[in-house]
Design a protein around this ligand. Structure first.
Ligand code: UDX
Length: 480
């Protein structure tokens, strides 16, 4: 009798084209490929071309990389030029037909490839993806790459509008506490609400689309996956459990992925995904005193004007502490020549006190003993990486979930300071000194407690470890 071929699950991943989304999806894809799952990873054409120019595709020889067309025209400058709402408005009409086309072949057995078992999509693409996946009867996992506290606020947009908390208008009652979100009463002020609420009109089409089509539709997915962990966001996670039938909290994913790689004595995949890392900064860090360096990085998307860069530069220099600053070539906004600004900044730095690089191995930098403080835009990956490495943060949030993440860092977890909506040299100098000197002992108590929870959650018996196992089991059972 002929033996039936074992049906390994085939998982399709679809992130939106931003590093902060692609990176945690790749980490999850790596973790799912370990029990021999087949992985198809779909990127926009522009991202795919970038990956071809790094060695990333070669690092995943078992994965199938496919493409959908670009959503944003290629000649559009990157940093901060398109709101998430506008991006999503533009994305729907591109993604739906492209995904439908891909599903026609992904849902059939083809060579060694099994028919798609499920799709793990970026949760903010939910309406486009769920509609197509339902046509093909493929279960959907909505993966949100942001914090649980941020996702929870999105479910309350109607109440926020009724209460007059949204739109959040710069300089208008920005410090008024928000009282209409269960579990967040008096935790957040209007200025701490996610950046997408900083719009001119409550009926902004981008916001409407973001909330109605992409967030409120998410519970139609089979389950939600969040890159967070119970020890960090227990209250918010339990609130979200009332909205979703199934939820897997599997963060910090970079910690889980690094730990698994260590167990298997393989090396964790490098994080040079879209930009090449300048590893020379690690040697520079080796020459700096313990816990003395301020690491400055604003992620992969946020842009800064010349004025703001100079305020940061002066604040860092005036603090007297050495600093390592990531300045991406495309992060300087406005009509100025980036090389002139870099020249101005370099002229301020004495001796060996500061180093600027275009991209750093951030996870390794944060784990280096010379790092004392992280000056961050509070992107969710950066926040988790800092928590995991046990480094206190100074937060300068710009967009999206960053505004609420920074509030949690400063006022809920008490592991940093929030300089939201200010950018002046004296605040920067004071906050650096404060975290390096007078507040250090107190803040390190909470930093170390939360670091311990982050490391426990990814060990056998820990909640993220067990949730990943459950996710693997559930996907296995879908393929049989
Ligand atoms: C975006 C949003 O800002 C974030 O809030 C959202 O949750 C995800 O998408 P991004 O702005 O790029 O992402 O920030 P972040 O989430 O912090 O991700 C940046 C990633 O780039 C981090 O994993 C970080 O380690 C990496 N990085 C950054 C480097 O590897 N090297 C660098 O020099 C700078």
């Amino acid at each position: 009798m002929e033996q039936a071929e074992p049906q390994v699950p085939h998982v399709v991943f679809l992130p939106i084209p931003g590093l902060g989304h692609i990176k945690p999806m790749l980490k999850l894809a790596e973790l799912l490929s370990r029990p021999s799952f087949q992985v198809t990873f779909i990127n926009t054409q522009r991202i795919h071309d970038r990956l071809l120019s790094t060695d990333l595709l070669a690092r995943y020889p078992e994965f199938q990389f496919l493409t959908i067309p670009d959503v944003v025209p290629r000649d559009r400058p990157r940093s901060g030029t398109m709101s998430p709402g506008d991006f999503l408005l533009a994305a729907g009409p591109v993604i739906k037909p492209a995904l439908r086309q891909l599903f026609i072949s992904l849902c059939k057995k083809k060579g060694r490839w099994q028919p798609a078992t499920c799709i793990i999509e970026d949760g903010i693409l939910s309406s486009s993806v769920i509609d197509v996946a339902e046509e093909f009867q493929v279960p959907v996992f909505a993966f949100r790459t942001s914090s649980a506290c941020c996702i929870w606020t999105y479910f309350h947009v109607r109440k926020l509008v009724e209460e007059g908390d949204v739109p959040v208008v710069q300089d208008k009652d920005m410090d008024k506490p928000v009282t209409c979100i269960p579990g967040l009463e008096n935790v957040v002020r209007r200025r701490d609400l996610p950046g997408i609420f900083r719009i001119e009109r409550a009926d902004d089409p981008g916001l409407e689309f973001f909330i109605n089509d992409q967030t409120l539709v998410m519970p139609r997915a089979f389950a939600i996956i969040i890159n967070t962990f119970d020890g960090l966001e227990a209250t918010m996670i339990s609130k979200l459990a009332s909205v979703f039938t199934k939820m897997y909290t599997v963060g910090p994913l970079h910690g889980l992925s690094n730990a698994r790689a260590k167990e298997e004595t393989t090396s964790a995949s490098s994080n040079s995904i879209l930009w090449k890392e300048d590893r020379g900064c690690m040697f520079w860090l080796d020459s700096q005193p313990s816990r003395s360096v301020v690491f400055v990085s604003f992620g992969s998307f946020v842009g800064l004007t010349r004025d703001k860069m100079l305020e940061f530069g002066h604040g860092l220099v005036n603090s007297g502490y050495p600093f390592l600053w990531v300045i991406r070539p495309d992060s300087i906004t406005g009509e100025v020549d980036p090389s002139l600004i870099l020249g101005e900044l370099k002229a301020m730095i004495e001796d060996n006190k500061g180093l600027m690089v275009s991209w750093a191995p951030q996870e390794e930098v944060l784990a280096h003993p010379a790092i004392g403080v992280f000056l961050t835009h509070s992107g969710w990956n950066s926040t988790l990486e800092s928590v995991y490495a046990g480094v206190p943060m100074i937060c300068w949030p710009a967009i999206g979930d960053q505004q609420i993440n920074s509030r949690f860092v400063s006022d809920v977890w008490k592991i940093g300071l929030d300089m939201k909506d200010t950018c002046d040299r004296s605040t920067i100098e004071k906050m650096v000194r404060s975290l390096m000197e007078d507040k250090r002992e107190e803040i390190m108590k909470s930093v170390n407690e939360i670091k311990k929870l982050a490391h426990e959650t990814i060990k056998e018996g820990g909640s993220s470890f067990s949730n990943l196992e459950k996710l693997i089991d559930d996907i296995w059972s879908m393929s049989h």
